[in-house]
Design a protein around this ligand. Structure first.
Ligand code: SF4
Length: 484
């Protein structure tokens, strides 16, 4: 590829969600781009799961396969390593993203690699791998069309499945005209796709190594399953002489039989497709007599805090995620502010529970609050992750940690929080006092000014609610319901 590659910007310091969200909300083009894309994705997904019984059955199978794999995770990881070794896939363990980067760099340096072609991988984003390689003189070229576009723009992905969903045709046309030599400005989609294809074609053949993510790693057979639509994943993992796959330790499945239900759930939940165009099942490097495939395959298994998540029986459900992004597409917060507001690798509802656990509540503590707790995410999650319950749990952990499960637990505890909690406990624990205060609120609530501190957190962006004149208790008593 001859287009210049801007630096990876994902490693920039995260800023608070609220400030970024406010900027995004005031950007009409961004909101229009998201609204259009998300409406389409929601209706396509709904059409795929029109049969409620089939959805329930399939979803239960998917959730069971993921929960069973997680229940046996340590054993399955060891089994995966043994099976991979039998298949001549070398497994590497990385506790931190720094270690994972060092492993990948060592492998590339030993192979004398200067250019790598990449398939889509959120874990490599988590590692800020491109920036790390660039700092050591190795160029990483993204081959997924969406990733390629945001690499040209010098941005991080704003969506797990569709990284450049925040951009419209005109923005992409301008980027291509600026970065791809000889490419005129055009909004013709076929021409734009063709330009990316031309720019990338040579890069597949010229790359010294291919790097990919992994959708599922099967412990029973030592198989790496990768799904994709463009064929770029297959080219990245087949043409170069070296293939390095990077994945989180949670992506393990016990049996090959667990793959089909998840293959059915993932693309239908993600993009509303019945199945992806390509399903790649990699079971080792090129064997004697075979004409294609890499000469060496390596699998890097990244922990980066996942073991700590795994240790807590409730938080462990987070690790079931198959990164379909259905929760993003249905989240009323994500669909209005977009992925860059979240500052961390994983945006949307899954990011709100995963980022604080991986990065720590002390730096990602605002994420669990970026939710109305409407439950739309949990309703569409194909593996039944109870996201709202986990959001509430993390909000609590930020103030009063119940275990050492979450890094930075208790970091949001302030004098104001403590006093507020004590006051509300005292009021809610004394029915007479509570009744008195609700009656008072009913009388004077409507006269309170909107700017009143506390109330203004609501009134800044919404109308002031009308206070009820009579409490629910009073209404119930009138209708003859007993207190119990
Ligand atoms: S949490 Fe559920 S819906 Fe969201 S990305 Fe993960 S699997 Fe998909």
């Amino acid at each position: 590829m001859n287009a210049p590659l801007p630096q990876d910007t994902a490693a920039t310091a995260p800023l608070a969600f609220t400030g970024k969200a406010r900027v995004a909300l005031n950007d009409p083009r961004l909101r229009a781009n998201f609204r259009r894309a998300m409406d389409g994705l929601m209706s396509k997904r709904a059409a795929q799961f029109a049969d409620a019984d089939e959805w329930r059955t399939l979803r239960a199978r998917g959730a069971e396969a993921r929960a069973r794999a997680l229940a046996k995770l340590p054993d399955l990881l060891e089994r995966l390593e043994r099976r991979c070794a039998e298949n001549a896939i070398t497994v590497h363990w990385a506790e931190t993203t720094g270690q994972a980067n060092a492993i990948v760099l060592d492998l590339l340096t030993a192979a004398g690699a200067k250019t790598v072609i990449k398939g889509k991988s959120m874990v490599s984003e988590e590692m800020h791998l491109n920036a790390h390689l660039a700092a050591h003189g190795i160029t990483a070229i993204e081959s997924d069309l969406g990733e390629y576009i945001i690499q040209l723009a010098g941005e991080a992905p704003s969506h797990i499945v569709m990284p450049c969903i925040h951009k419209n045709k005109a923005e992409i046309a301008a980027l291509f005209a600026e970065h791809i030599p000889g490419q005129p400005y055009t909004e013709n989609v076929d021409d734009l796709t063709g330009a990316a294809r031309n720019a990338l074609r040579g890069a597949f053949a010229a790359a010294d190594a291919g790097i990919s993510g992994v959708n599922f790693a099967v412990a029973e057979t030592g198989t790496l399953v990768l799904i994709e639509n463009e064929g770029n994943g297959r080219l990245s993992t087949t043409l170069p002489p070296l293939h390095i796959a990077v994945t989180g330790i949670e992506k393990v499945l016990e049996f090959l039989d667990d793959v089909p239900p998840l293959l059915s759930l993932l693309p239908r939940s993600a993009t509303g497709q019945p199945i992806t165009t390509y399903v790649n099942m990699i079971s080792g490097p090129r064997r004697p007599g075979e004409k294609d495939g890499p000469q060496a395959v390596h699998l890097v298994l990244l922990d980066n805090g996942r073991s700590r998540v795994y240790d807590d029986p409730q938080l462990r459900d987070t690790l079931r995620c198959i990164r379909c992004a259905a929760c993003l597409n249905h989240c009323p917060v994500y669909t209005r502010v977009g992925g860059h507001s979240y500052s961390f690798t994983y945006p949307g509802p899954i990011g709100k529970i995963l980022s604080p656990q991986l990065e720590g509540l002390d730096c990602a503590g605002d994420q669990p609050h970026a939710s109305s707790l409407c439950g739309a995410c949990a309703e569409v999650c194909p593996v039944e992750i109870p996201i709202p319950d986990l959001l509430v749990r993390l909000r609590g952990e930020a103030i009063s940690p119940t275990s050492r499960a979450v890094k930075g637990g208790g970091s949001a505890r302030s004098l104001g929080d403590r006093l507020g909690r004590r006051l509300s406990t005292a009021i809610l624990g004394q029915p007479r006092l509570y009744g008195l205060i609700s009656r008072l609120a009913g009388r004077i609530g409507d006269r309170l000014p909107s700017w009143l501190p506390g109330l203004n957190r609501w009134t800044r962006v919404r109308s002031k609610p009308a206070f009820a004149r009579r409490s629910l208790h009073a209404l119930a008593r009138e209708r003859g319901y007993a207190d119990e």
